[in-house]
Design a protein around this ligand. Structure first.
Ligand code: ADP
Length: 387
């Protein structure tokens, strides 16, 4: 069965693509990426087709030379992929799923239709519809989300209902949005689900994400999550049901909110490896990236068991630094046991840009948390003058 001598095409060349390639290198898999410019995955891909992710011609060029296609970003030309799939190309996950996920409105309607627990919501096409829609929702705080084009918290605004009704000029979006009831004091959980085309399914242990409240980005992540076995079981079951109902093949992150009464609401699904699964590279027997390679290569799924408790810290671009940069503190961090640094090879930084991540392993979650805060203190960034 191995070496598979298969060619995998990846649409997008960011850090998720880079880590997918790294995971396949021991098996000598051949990767071609489609990406506009120099990007994290470009230096290690076997081939780089330079082109826009919306360019149907370039996507076809990529498809023509690969056995199977996948993508590591949602904002790509889904129509071109649907056409290719119709003509018999293997695309994982199916673009039909991507079409639902690209649009937060369709995604929420899918959850509602399929009885997947999710927060109550309304869809507003334009600001003039906000008032009526807001009145149908409970609570004063509302999460307003652009239906299309948002990522990493961009395109999401937490608003006050009364503000929006009294001061129309404060409505943050003109475009179609989903308006959602806000889950107070939510614990944010994520379950990575792997599902093969034949329907074999497995989940990685549930993780707990702590968000930077300003940037809306994952700041710390802990695995396993600090939840009871019953909640763990429930989170995994809901995540598996969500992906089975989507009939998805591939790797999916199911992001959820756990409220104070132990209700779980599915927030959203990502049809690709996810930030909340980076730690699986060192912390699990099989990483989310290896698991996706297995699915793409039609190999059996691997064990998702946790080898050790872990934390993950995103290394985000520092405030006040743009362009050429240098990461500092690595000398100190490298001396710590069970600490793994991943750098995404991005030529320039800007505030909050994802530049790398650090995974921390330990014998207990308490030890991991302590080591993670030490790492966080050491991690620094300084401006480098471009030559
Ligand atoms: P993105 O797709 O950009 O990641 P999300 O829909 O995940 O956007 O929202 C970003 C963050 O905003 C969430 O991780 C969470 O912290 C907060 N948030 C979004 N919706 C809600 C909600 N209904 N209740 C509570 N917090 C929310």
């Amino acid at each position: 069965m191995l070496p598979p001598n298969k060619k995998i095409g990846i649409i997008g060349g960011g850090q998720l693509g880079k880590m997918l390639i790294e995971a396949g290198q021991p098996w000598n898999v051949h990767y071609t990426i489609l990406e506009t410019q120099s990007a994290p995955a470009a230096d290690i891909a076997n081939k780089h087709i330079v082109g826009d992710l919306m360019d149907a011609g370039k996507i076809k060029e990529l498809a023509a030379e690969c056995d199977v296609l996948t993508y590591e970003i949602e904002h790509i030309n889904v129509e071109a992929l649907l056409e290719l799939e119709k003509s018999g190309k293997r695309i994982i996950p199916s673009p039909a799923i991507l079409r639902i996920i690209q649009d937060k409105g369709l995604q929420k309607l899918f959850f509602r239709d399929q009885d997947i627990p999710t927060t109550e919501f309304e869809i507003a096409e334009n600001p003039s519809q906000w008032m009526d829609k807001l009145l149908k929702l409970r609570g004063e705080k509302i999460a307003a989300k652009l239906r299309k084009g948002g990522y990493d918290g961009k395109g999401v605004e937490l608003v006050n209902k009364s503000d929006m009704m009294n001061f129309h000029d404060r409505i943050p979006f003109r475009e179609p949005v989903v308006l959602e009831e806000f889950v107070e004091n939510a614990v944010e959980l994520s379950v990575i689900v792997a599902r093969t085309e034949k329907g074999e399914i497995s989940t990685f242990p549930t993780v707990e994400m702590q968000f930077d409240p300003v940037a809306n980005l994952v700041e710390f992540l802990f695995a396993p999550a600090d939840i009871s076995p019953a909640i763990e079981e429930k989170a995994r079951r809901i995540a598996m049901e969500t992906i089975s109902k989507l009939n998805g093949a591939g790797i999916f992150a199911v992001e959820m909110f756990l409220d104070q009464d132990h209700n779980i609401f599915v927030n959203e699904v990502a049809p690709r490896p996810h930030n909340s699964g980076h730690h699986t590279i060192e912390a699990c027997y099989t990483s989310q990236y290896e698991q996706l390679n297995r699915i793409l290569l039609d190999l059996p799924l691997g064990s998702t068991g946790l080898v050790k408790p872990a934390a993950m810290i995103n290394l985000l671009g520092f405030e006040g630094i743009t362009g050429a940069y240098e990461i500092t503190g690595l000398d100190k961090i490298l001396k710590l046991e069970g600490v793994y640094i991943h750098l995404y090879n991005k030529a320039s930084t800007k505030p909050k840009r994802k530049m790398g991540h650090v995974t921390i392993l330990g014998d207990t979650i308490a030890e991991v948390k302590e080591k993670a805060s030490t790492v966080k203190q050491f991690l620094g960034m300084k401006q480098r003058l471009a030559l």
